[in-house]
Design a protein around this ligand. Structure first.
Ligand SMILES: [Zn+2]
Length: 316
């Protein structure tokens, strides 16, 4: 099978090649190889064999703040913490404004803005204002990251976001699984079971749970059975100790030998190709999917068709 239409629903698209070099550095790479940004996009889509991407906005501002606070004295921290939270809220808001503006003239990129209570440091008003502004400006979905933004998916402060997206018919793409912080009791914020109250409370909310194949994949099977409308992206990869790809949670991921059976259990009409690029290898992962014991039709669903249908993109 030759490479069909491929849509990557999980790309961390950034403002420039310089920024990509800072956030996703790769030893020895010339500038022009950095392509998850406006300057490099043409070349990158061609070289990665992608027809379309979703830009999944997210800046890990909590880690930025932790790093800065670590260099301060205990006396300096309280005031600095407040000031930094305000700065980081503004940074996420302006990144959102940028991506929706950019996508007005770039039809190969579907903009998902980052709207979550952690990224807005508890400022619900600022969060909702930025959501409304960017829905009006063409946002096609919202990214949330309970792990790195340090909140539980069912946090009541998120309910107005889910309510608004449900009524607008706009999807959420959420990180799920092992990434990021733990509470003092060691609970993983993004553990898939933590999303269940949200699915119960907002049954018409369009939802893509990211990282299907990674740690806690067993919980995602249960969720798939119980909530037939939930979709998944397969970023994170399958575990294959000697393979070309590094899986996000190593041997906690679904093994490659069971990949086809696992995807069919979830439903190949519900799984979407995603990579977490530029921090992951797109071409290698396309080849992993092409090599699975699935029909051509099933591979086409996963690699592009499901994503196009889910957000209403034109057929390839
Ligand atoms: Zn990601």
């Amino acid at each position: 099978m030759t490479v069909p239409d491929v849509v990557d629903v999980h790309v961390h698209f950034v403002r420039s090649q310089q920024q990509e070099k800072l956030v996703f550095p790769k030893a020895g790479w010339p500038d022009e190889w950095y392509g998850a940004n406006p300057e490099g996009l043409d070349r990158w889509l061609r070289s990665e064999e992608l027809a379309h991407i979703f830009a999944i906005n997210f800046i890990d501002t909590h880690s930025i703040i932790d790093n800065r606070l670590a260099r301060m004295t205990a006396d300096e921290r309280p005031a600095a913490e407040k000031e930094l939270a305000a700065q980081m809220t503004e940074r996420t808001a302006s990144f959102n404004d940028w991506i929706t503006d950019y996508c007005k003239t770039e039809s190969r990129v579907t903009p998902f803005i980052n709207i979550d209570i952690g990224a807005f440091y508890g400022d619900q008003q600022a969060m909702m204002d930025n959501l409304e502004k960017n829905i009006a400006n063409g946002a096609k979905g919202v990214k949330i990251h309970p792990g790195l933004s340090r909140f539980f998916p069912n946090d009541e402060r998120m309910w107005p976001v889910y309510e608004r997206l449900q009524s607008a018919g706009l999807p959420v793409l959420s990180d799920s699984g092992s990434a990021g912080g733990r509470t003092p009791g060691s609970t993983v914020y993004g553990e898939p079971v933590n999303f269940i109250p949200v699915f119960e409370k907002f049954p018409r909310l369009k939802f893509i749970m990211a990282h299907l194949t990674t740690a806690y994949w067993d919980q995602r099977i249960d969720i798939a059975k119980r909530f037939p409308e939930i979709r998944y992206d397969i970023s994170g990869g399958f575990y294959q100790p000697d393979g070309p790809m590094r899986a996000r949670d190593a041997n906690r991921c679904v093994p490659l030998a069971d990949a086809a059976r696992f995807l069919k259990t979830i439903g190949t009409d519900r799984c979407m190709f995603g990579t977490d690029a530029p921090g992951a290898d797109v071409r290698a992962y396309i080849r992993v999917i092409l090599g699975l014991d699935l029909t051509d039709g099933e591979k086409e669903q996963i690699l592009g068709k499901n994503a196009r249908e889910f957000v209403g993109l034109p057929k390839a």
